[in-house]
Design a protein around this ligand. Structure first.
Ligand code: ZN
Length: 332
């Protein structure tokens, strides 16, 4: 495995924590008793965080690559000297797998910069495991504040922040722009635009098929309006944080799905469906929307959750400052 030995010793020297990879059967394994633990405070191993994942990769353009373990996805950029990695994957072991993929494409290079998409640990929680040598961790200031306050083990605080809606970056010969279209999902969630590659990367917003909006931190009041603003940019390929890239039609169809669900949720409330009765919401959703939307990826799994979430949103008006009145209607 090219570069593997060098990479491991680099980690040992570079780490801030105590996560020491060991070699077993020729493979680097992360010791779940000593590696980063996120916000878990239990006293014992966390084998779920040591689960090895297989990360595949493919080029998007001359400098831009995308990597995925089948469920999570990210991108990395080849600089003149080193590598700029976006996000870290979802665990210490997954971060190590992501690094292995980068090392295969660009062996013996430092990952000198890590760019965070947003604050959530399952995407940006493990920069210390991915790239202990990184000199720069870049995040929008809204994400950086949450990350600093959270203090999660393994989630490296930003070393550099930016504010506002748009900022162009030229790092180590690679150029991209970060764009914060307004509140969508998480805190300080930004899109990365690569005009030369005709690609836009953004996490946990547009996801092929029926992604779920059920858990908190989807700011439904402004989510769709703010995401639609990104359609004004020139790009052909949208690279999401999960599953596979889509074209402009796929991007628009995904947002149209949620617009339709928002409307369906109002209808369900009008008809007296109990928003607290998941079985009733799920049954109503399958019956009313199955024919129209049932072909969509993961419809069966998530349609009830999506309709229930929008029903509760309509009843409460949303949660917190980010979720009430956050829609931005002007051009980017
Ligand atoms: Zn997220």
């Amino acid at each position: 495995m090219p570069g593997a030995g060098g990479r491991i010793s680099l980690r040992r020297h570079g780490r801030a924590g105590g996560c020491t990879p060991r070699i077993e059967g020729g493979l680097p394994l992360i010791d779940p008793t000593t590696c980063h633990r996120g916000i878990f405070e239990i006293d014992g191993p966390l084998p779920g965080y040591a689960f090895p994942t297989t990360v595949s990769y493919r080029p998007v353009s001359e400098r831009l690559w995308t990597a995925s373990d089948g469920i999570y996805r990210s991108v990395f950029l080849e600089g003149d000297e080193g590598v700029i990695a976006f996000d870290t994957f979802w665990s210490p072991a997954a971060a190590a797998s992501y690094r292995t993929a980068i090392d295969r494409v660009l062996p013996r290079r430092d990952v000198h910069t890590v760019v965070y998409s947003h604050d959530h640990l399952d995407h940006t929680g493990f920069a210390y495991d991915l790239a202990p040598e990184a000199s720069t961790v870049l995040a929008h200031e809204d994400a950086a504040q949450v990350i600093a306050a959270r203090g999660s083990d393994g989630q490296r605080p930003a070393t550099e922040t930016w504010s506002g809606e748009r900022r162009a970056f030229a790092i180590d010969g690679a150029e991209f722009e970060l764009i914060n279209p307004g509140a969508t999902h998480g805190s300080g969630n930004v899109a990365a635009w690569f005009p030369d590659a005709g690609a836009l990367f953004m996490v946990d917003t547009v996801i092929p098929g029926v992604g779920y909006t059920f858990v908190p931190d989807w700011h439904l009041d402004s989510y769709l309006t703010n995401m639609r603003r990104l359609e004004a940019l020139e790009w052909d390929t949208f690279i999401p944080g999960h599953f596979w890239p889509v074209d402009r039609t796929g991007f628009s169809e995904n947002l149209a799905f949620y617009e339709r669900i928002s409307e369906a949720a109002r209808q369900a409330l009008t008809e007296g469906v109990d928003p607290d009765d998941y079985g009733a919401v799920d049954a109503w959703s399958r019956e009313r929307l199955g024919q129209e939307l049932g072909r969509m990826f993961r419809f069966e799994e998530y349609i009830g959750m999506n309709v229930m979430r929008f029903m509760v949103h309509h009843l409460t008006g949303g949660w917190g400052l980010e979720d009430a009145g956050g829609a931005r209607r002007g051009p980017l």
